[in-house]
Design a protein around this ligand. Sequence first.
Ligand code: NAD
Length: 261
Amino acid sequence: MPGPVPEQPVGLVTGAGAGIGRATAELLHERGYRVVAVDVSADALAWADGLDGVRGVVADVADEDGNRRMVAAAVEAWGRLDAVVLNAGIARRTRWDAADAVDAYDAIMAVNARGVVLGIRHGAPAIAASGGGAIVVVASTSGVRADPERFAYNASKAAAINLARAAALDWATRGVRVNVLAPGPTATAIFQGGTASPEHLAELTRNIPMQRMGTPREQAEAIAFLASPAASFVTGAVLMSDGGITANVGIFPPPLAEATS
Ligand SMILES: NC(=O)c1ccc[n+]([C@@H]2O[C@H](COP(=O)([O-])OP(=O)(O)OC[C@H]3O[C@@H](n4cnc5c(N)ncnc54)[C@H](O)[C@@H]3O)[C@@H](O)[C@H]2O)c1
């Protein structure tokens, strides 16, 4: 059974400078968590300046010492760690025959897969020492299916998913739940930067059964659920938050809404 819920839990969110990570850090803060907001960009963390109960830590999740520092920041400031959201990620198009394909693969795997290894390695013991809690790994629909011209991202997100499952098994008896939130297209810089033209965005939206992209806040809500004691028997799970994309085999396009006028 879950232990008592701390009055003011402590959460740590990586990639908290923008997009889904920032929305998650803000939502946890609104819900009464004290929050360590981690990002590789100091400028991106400016939103947290002077906010009571939020501490910014500049760190690269691919760096072991950065992971050590971010966890230490939570424990030093508030004496505990209840929830870790491993959200930092990068995306880039990769073509098999491009000159930089292998460099791009290494760079993407460093953040999206190695970053998850390090985040669990340093986060899980601190959570266990606090009496238990949760890790949420932010993967992607691209980790359960594949996208054209994005093999490195696809591999990194599949790795993130199975790292979370493996960690769920290894930490289950020590009170650390580990789950995956797999977002579909969400209106943030990572997505819009990777898919330039409005025509391409319209085509993508057409393939989403709900006919729209998700918002960072919607992803944050799902992450907050997995991180919270409300999900106390959920571990090793992959929660799709994708407007129905992966429900579709993909042979038939999803039906469009009927015109109302
Ligand atoms: N936006 C989408 O459509 C979408 C879909 C599926 C999955 N995701 C995943 O959700 C996560 C967040 O995506 P987003 O769209 O909010 O991204 P974003 O680009 O809007 O924000 C990512 C943040 O992470 C930070 N970051 C990047 N590399 C880092 C590193 N090495 N160490 C620490 N911080 C780092 C960036 O500085 C930035 O502030 C990513 O893991 C991404 O792969 C996003």
